[in-house]
Design a protein around this ligand. Sequence first.
Ligand code: V4E
Length: 202
Amino acid sequence: MIEVEKKFILQNGNEARLIKGASFIKEISIHDVYHDTADYALTRKDWWLRNRNSAFELKISLSIDPAVRRLSDQYEEITSENEIARRLKLPQGKNLLAALEKSGYMPFCSIVTTRKKYEREGYKIDIDEMDFGYALAEIELMVASASEAPSAAEKILAFAARMGLSSDPIRGKVVEYLSRYCPGHFAALQKAGVIFAGGTNT
Ligand code: V4E
């Protein structure tokens, strides 16, 4: 099965309409700390290394060409510490945090997200409220094959429009955090073509 998902900005109370009549599944708290080098070696190539609730995860962009990537927005997700160390060319078998610090990686952003999970009309809905005053909804459909992904994306957009959500491109939580608090880092990612001025909604 393949997940097809899209993110939408939540503002002016549009959350209430989205979750009206939805089944509440659960609420979780997520603490993400993102790491990179001083010259943004990872994020400039659209690689995102985070420690989520004490477990490391690396998201690697699957396309080298930013224009192609914007159409698909596919990331490989690696959760094994040994594999993360191998991809980052760090010494194997050591404590990953210590190895990262020794090689010049440091935290650049810390975000606590309260995520409420719902289901409505076959769609999975995540409502993410970030501790820095930003909120997003993610709407997801599961499909059996890649060929079904475009029509699933259309269905999500039609559902979102019915819920009164704007499908204008949005900034993910980390990109929004950087635009507010780390302008130098944000500008470096724009220059590298990783962030477009308009954002994304995938
Ligand atoms: C892929 C990515 C980043 C890593 C965080 O990914 P995201 O899906 O925003 O986080 P989250 O917490 O919802 O992850 P989940 O719980 O679903 O695993 S940070 C930036 N990107 C890519 C990106 C980009 N290049 N440009 C823009 C405008 N937004 C996002």
